[in-house]
Design a protein around this ligand. Structure first.
Ligand code: ATP
Ligand code: MG
Length: 555
């Protein structure tokens, strides 16, 4: 939405910093850990960081926070880059925290030399036990008495591979009675004999998050390091390290994570859904991942508009999935070509229309964009219509087909229903009607008023396609906050496959990423994974109206 909004608190800070000359220009970064695909929460962070760079004439780096060798993969790096670009952003530099390993190691030696870090041989249990509790101070063990010379030698041996995993760590000499537990001699290096996706086997010690993130910010000269609220307690250490190392004074600011209803937003949980087969893949159209949303037909613009609209909060909240869908509809309404598709087909025979005769009737491609022109539809004796558009015994409020009723076929004629047929099981097979030749759309002189308009498709001209309808992935608003395993709240009906729908023949040339509105049925897009040349598969991106809001009102 383009309405003017007031500055968010980060913009306030940036404008003040620029005005007071603390910074000349701003440099932000988006720092994903390449251990999964990006989700809509990351999109929020991307739009914020890149958006600030653009708004204030600054720049934004893409930095892979790849300090954990075990969970990171190159596949994730590639998907992250593709997703950021698809969202519409370009980074000033592509950096990797692992590129700074040597520099970070140097910083660690500097701290050791100054008596600000020591090698500790305690087990992780001992370290945890000595840390104390938020109300009780911790206590330092004897390893903290080691001299800088001794520490330097041990640390160099750690790097050289002398010691096994977990046998030693490097710790900051912080404050064991600090009310901030993270200041109680935090670990900054651990031994891990593991292959790294970029540095290979060059290292067997790896820096911890707190000793990589802030330092990477400084190395790059990041002015405003924006992260989510869970890092508030880390800020003290972030500032402490900058001060002690005398490096570029980046500053950290925190905002609330985006949480959305009816989904989960943690890479760990999303990975679980993929690995345990609850969804097809990271880009399953039901996933809250950027790649899933793209495959489903959400547009980059709708995601950016959504992120802009929800703003930057300082307190955690749960955003309604319906709000995102609102922006998807708003964008697709403007851009999607209109087509007719019948998802649950029943024959409609126009008994007074000559057999083997056809005519071509024009229909608008998009009433919101007249410049998109018209297409020609075949009309003839045998059509497909939607099963739900016929009712054997209809009430007065029914404006579609029923014995004796009149209805307009979109862009074609008014027809009057004259009969219907069922099979032995009682299932409707055919509806019969007579068309009114004077009622042709655009030149209607019939004087008949049809209250309802339905979509249809010429049976001999229709192409068949599979259609996939999606529902929300979870049955409850906030599966992560429910009792027990979040997976027990999965919606078992989140995917409905219609194996044979009929649609306009030009949909044979549909390509993924180009949206269509199937009249009265919603917005659809070709599926990029399952669609093959002789087997079209369409995903429903979103319905035309917010059906859940309606249900909620009904109660
Ligand atoms: P997850 O918990 O889903 O694994 P993460 O925070 O570990 O996410 P990172 O790769 O470290 O994932 O995140 C990269 C950036 O995106 C960080 O700055 C992080 O704060 C931000 N981010 C992650 N999730 C959200 C969210 N839900 N809302 C806003 N920003 C987020
Ligand atoms: Mg993280």
């Amino acid at each position: 939405m383009s309405e003017e909004r007031s500055l968010n608190f980060i913009e306030d800070i940036i404008e003040r910093d620029l005005k007071e000359g603390r910074v000349k220009s701003i440099l932000t970064r988006f720092p994903p850990e390449p251990n999964g695909y990006l989700h809509i929460g990351h999109a929020k962070s991307i739009c914020l960081n890149f958006g600030l760079g653009i708004k204030y004439g600054g720049k934004t780096n893409l930095r892979f926070d790849d300090t954990n060798p075990v969970t990171e993969e190159t596949e994730y790096v590639e998907s992250i880059k593709a997703d950021v670009r698809w969202l519409g952003f370009e980074w000033a530099n592509e950096f990797y925290a692992s590129d700074y390993f040597e520099q970070l190691y140097g910083y660690a030696e500097k701290l050791i030399e100054r008596g600000l870090a020591y090698v500790d041989d305690s087990t992780s249990e001992e370290i945890a036990e000595q840390k104390g509790t938020p109300t009780q101070p911790g206590r330092r063990n004897n390893y903290a008495e080691r001299t800088p010379e001794e520490n330097l030698q041990l640390f160099r041996e750690m790097r050289a591979g002398t010691y096994p995993d977990g046998s030693k760590v490097l710790r900051i000499k912080g404050d064991m009675s600090s009310p901030n537990m993270l200041m109680r001699d935090p670990i900054i290096y651990r031994i891990k004999h593991a292959h790294h996706h970029r540095t290979g086997d060059a290292w067997c010690i790896y820096p911890m998050y707190d000793f990589a993130h802030g330092q990477s910010d400084s190395i790059e000269g990041i002015t405003h390091s924006i992260c989510t609220l869970e890092f508030v307690p880390h800020r003290e250490l972030y500032d402490w390290l900058i001060e002690k190392l005398e490096i570029f004074p980046s500053r950290q600011y925190e905002f609330a994570r985006l949480n959305m209803t009816y989904t989960v937003m943690s890479k760990r949980k999303l990975l679980q859904l993929v690995n345990e087969g609850n969804v097809e893949s990271w880009d399953d159209p039901r996933m809250p991942t950027i790649s899933g949303m793209r495959r489903r037909g959400y547009t980059a613009k709708s995601i950016r508009d959504f992120c802009d609209r929800i703003g930057v909060a300082k307190r955690e909240n749960l955003i309604d999935l319906g709000l995102l869908e609102f922006f998807v509809r708003e964008d697709l309404n403007k851009t999607a070509l209109r087509r007719m598709a019948v998802l649950d087909p029943v024959k409609l025979i126009i008994t007074n229309y000559e057999e083997n005769k056809y005519e071509l009737l024009p229909s608008e491609n998009n009433p919101e964009m007249p410049e998109k022109g018209e297409r020609m539809l075949h009309f003839g004796r045998e059509l497909w219509i939607e099963r739900e558009d016929f009712m054997e015994e209809a009430s007065k409020k029914w404006f579609r087909l029923a014995p004796g009723s009149v209805v307009r076929l979109k862009s074609a004629y008014i027809v009057r229903c004259t009969g219907f047929e069922k099979d032995e099981s009682g299932k409707l097979t055919t509806v019969m009607a007579e068309y009114i030749p004077e009622s042709k759309s655009g030149s209607d002189t019939s004087g008949i008023h049809a209250k309802g308009t339905i979509h249809w498709i010429s049976a001999p001209h229709a192409v068949t396609a599979e259609v996939r309808l999606y529902d929300r992935l979870f049955r409850v608003e906030d599966p992560s906050s429910e009792e027990g395993d979040f997976k027990s709240y999965i919606n078992p009906d989140s995917l409905q496959i219609i194996s044979k729908a009929y649609m306009e023949p030009d949909l044979l040339s549909a390509v993924p990423g180009v949206p269509y509105q199937f009249l009265r049925k919603g917005y659809f897009v070709l599926d990029s994974v399952h669609s093959k040349e002789n087997h079209l598969v369409f995903n429903r991106t979103v319905t035309l109206k917010d059906t859940w809001a309606k249900e909620a009102k009904k109660g």
